[in-house]
Design a protein around this ligand. Structure first.
Ligand SMILES: Cc1cc2nc3c(=O)[nH]c(=O)nc-3n(C[C@H](O)[C@H](O)[C@H](O)COP(=O)(O)OP(=O)(O)OC[C@H]3O[C@@H](n4cnc5c(N)ncnc54)[C@H](O)[C@@H]3O)c2cc1C
Length: 422
């Protein structure tokens, strides 16, 4: 297809097909989050002769990116929530407000929970994540109603914020971080930072304990430097403590006395407990045999086709695109590569060589931002590799630089929202 270039630099020469009357194929996209919304729109931009249906039950989508900023009082749930009902009208994407119950691969058909069926020539799934409720005794979906993980932004995020605001000065917040891989690697640490910023002003005798099953975490050196600068990290009065429990992970939660218990019997009690469970691909992928032992969907990276079914493509957090992290920026980038591949396959062209981008900004304080960026490509063995010398973490911690990074964080959020949903 003339004009199809790279995912990063989309050419819109496919728009020459705008006058085509009969659709060449029907692509169904499931999930209108960062991956699905981008994929649906991009396919139509590349080839308006393809019929695209986007299936999503929600009329409003609350973004996880920037949801941690709520804890510092920098945003509101309203500002994070988008009405996604008409967003794709201008691209000619057909919207269905529905939930997919089952995939029937032999018939290339989806069964919806309302009893309807939808046929596809190619299916793109971007259904996000699910939680492994069996991972910690005592913490399940019911417990999460009172002790929210807030890892799918919405009412749980608001509840967690209220719990922070109403705990006593001198109270303890516990953030139980998940093991790799999970949605948004820097997320728990940005959350601790934003909570600490609020506590420093209103409840300065309090403490946040991060209990981590990992030995290290994303942008660790930058976070620790920021915590030292703003929150007394490393001193007896630090607002934030990070505890590596890699050899002694948390295995149990006692709801009644708000206590987490480790494998060797260490007990951690707090006033506010934010337990972020281990994660897998969303139920739709799990229950339809698209995951492997890891709990994520293995794909052929060049086209994002499921290794189990060539007509199903999986993108976003549900898919295994390691070493690309599970982020909204990455889901948006994977969606563009996937759209290029799908349009090529439908039109009988060899899919082009993909490239992917990721940028993750985090705020440590409202005027202190840090970032990590990466560029990814395929190596000779067709595995995804980071391009050497491209990307990396913020290099300078000067006041001017971290303030600029904080501005970039806000701008990157706005750009990502526009790029995905507008
Ligand atoms: C606290 C926090 C902070 C974050 N901050 C950032 C950040 O700063 N930058 C960044 O890049 N990323 C960030 N992320 C990560 C980002 O939110 C995810 O990586 C991104 O949402 C993944 O997009 P997705 O399309 O894979 O899934 P989602 O955005 O979760 O979308 C999945 C959609 O699929 C729908 N769906 C699921 N199952 C079905 C079904 N059976 N039928 C129909 N529809 C279905 C769901 O309703 C949902 O709307 C953050 C995450 C968290 C938790």
């Amino acid at each position: 297809m003339q004009g199809l270039t790279t995912a990063a630099g989309l050419s819109l020469a496919g728009c020459q097909n705008l006058l085509r009357k009969t659709p060449t194929a029907h692509v169904v996209v499931v999930g209108a989050g960062f991956g699905g919304a981008t994929a649906a729109k991009t396919i139509r931009l590349l080839d308006a002769g393809i019929r695209v249906t986007l299936i999503e039950p929600k009329s409003h989508y609350t973004t996880c990116p920037a949801s941690n900023w709520l804890f510092a009082g920098l945003t509101s749930l309203d500002k994070l929530t988008l009405d996604i009902r008409d967003l794709h009208g201008r691209y000619g994407v057909e919207r269905m407000a529905a939930t997919v119950a089952e995939i029937e691969p032999a018939r290339r058909r989806l069964r919806l929970t309302d009893g309807q069926s939808v046929c596809y020539d190619r299916l793109i799934l971007s259904p996000g994540i699910a939680f492994r409720w069996d991972a910690m005794a005592g913490y399940d979906q019911a417990a999460a109603e009172s002790f929210p993980h807030a890892w799918q932004a919405g009412p749980g995020t608001l509840l967690l914020m209220r719990q922070l605001q109403t705990m006593p000065d001198g109270g303890v917040v516990i953030i139980a971080a998940p093991p790799d891989p999970y949605r948004c690697p820097p997320g728990p640490y940005e959350r601790a930072s934003m909570m600490a910023h609020w506590l420093k002003q209103y409840k300065p005798r309090s403490k946040i304990l991060i209990l981590d099953p990992k030995r290290s975490f994303s942008k660790q050196s930058l976070f620790e430097a920021g915590w030292t600068r703003h929150y007394g990290y490393g001193t007896a009065n630090s607002l934030i403590e990070w505890h590596c429990l890699a050899d002694n992970p948390i295995t149990q939660f006692e709801q009644g006395n708000k206590t987490l218990i480790s494998e060797f019997g260490d007990r951690f009690s707090g006033h506010v407990l934010n337990i972020i469970p281990p994660q897998t691909a969303a139920a739709l992928a799990l229950e339809n045999g698209l995951t492997d032992k890891s709990g994520w969907c293995p794909v052929k990276p060049q086209t994002s086709q499921s290794v189990f079914d060539e007509f199903i493509h999986v993108i976003g957090d549900a898919a295994h695109f390691a070493p690309i992290p599970k982020s909204a920026f990455a889901a948006n980038s994977e969606a563009k590569s996937c759209a290029l591949a799908v349009v090529s396959l439908i039109n009988g062209y060899e899919p082009t060589e993909p490239a992917w981008l990721n940028t993750c900004y985090s705020l440590i304080a409202p005027w202190h931002g840090v970032s990590v960026a990466g560029v990814y490509t395929l190596d000779d063995a067709r595995a995804i590799v980071a391009v050497k010398g491209a990307g990396g973490i913020s290099s300078s911690s000067s006041a001017e630089n971290v303030a600029l990074e904080a501005d970039y964080a806000r701008a990157a959020y706005r750009t990502l929202i526009g790029n995905t949903f507008a």
